[in-house]
Design a protein around this ligand. Sequence first.
Ligand SMILES: [Zn+2]
Length: 407
Amino acid sequence: MFDEKEKTFLSDGFVNGECTFCGAQDQYGDGCEKCGKVYSPLDLKKPYSILSKQAPVIKESTHLFFKLTKAKEFLEEFLEKPALSKDVINYLKNWLEKLEEWYISREPPYDGFKFPGEDKYFYVWWDAPLGYFAALKHYCEQNNLSFTSFVKNEKSEIVQFIGKDIVYHHYLFWPAMLHVGGYNLPNAIPVRGHLTLNGEKFSKSRGIIITPAQVVSKYDKDFLRFYLTAVTPNSPVDVDFSWQEFKNKVNGELIDNYGNLLFRVTSMIKTKCDSKVPEPANYEDEDKAFSELFTPFLEKIKGHYEKADLKQALETTMDFCRKSNKYVNDTKPWDLQKNHVERYKTVLYLSFKAVAIATIALTPIIPDSCDRLIKTLGLKLKWDESLIKPGLIVNPQIPFKKIEEEF
Ligand SMILES: [Zn+2]
């Protein structure tokens, strides 16, 4: 498309119009943010140039294409993978029927990489996924790891988290590129919804925005990780950011539930057992019932992480912490110490084990905190229950500082 007034070709970002599929207004030329369909600027209804606000004219120009139709059979097979989102696949099936070649060059002016030897640019969704590999390669080089052992290796797994507006690019285009290049395909591509603010879309120009940098300049970055995990389901549903909910989740769940368990258990071991995790004695019914929660909890957690369901993993861990706090409240170790020394040791040992397991389970969600807090338990961050044993030396620290601010 060409803007006659400005005398320039218009790339997708410079043509707006009405989505031909759902009728949404003011959509860009390469796809609709409302319904998620991908198309060419030629498909827009009532197109206009955002430079001159005039309707563009169609001019002939040469472009480069990726032969996506050649990958049709491969893509049909790829979309059968059980770990891919079923809803997304049903939605893509129609599109696969009418698969067309993918045009990957854009006219200047365009923000991006130039095609070698041509006055054209790569379409942003051609080079953006390559950036994932570039970042990984850079990381591997800096850490003495083998890049190919991640991307060309049957034993490695790739899980790719994406937003719901880039489904086509990551379920069709990118796998086709990987297939042609002989690289590992993603094993799972969990799709998430958008984050809104007071129910509205984030928008820089309209001032509806909070950046991660703004949040972490004021609060522990694990608070943000914890909050976003707590409110983001494993599905393409939009999530509303709320400062009040941020505070409630952090203070009420992370600190009052998990943090409280950690601090009270390590403090009791410090003051009553010379900081040394005691040897347990015989279990009473209550202790036995509590200790029998551990293995099923760990199995459940592993399952949630395997499925990339972080919200479920977090909720399961918080539930486990609540049960552990209840066990401490019910057994009242502070009363046991005088006349029931053996039972006292059992209760402290089991409570210690519970909080150690919970810390390891939370590591993927709040890695920096767990890295710091596991040391207060005399442990290392390792998924190995056998390391949690009597004789470890605890060093209690107040785990987190509560959010005091009123919102
Ligand atoms: Zn649409």
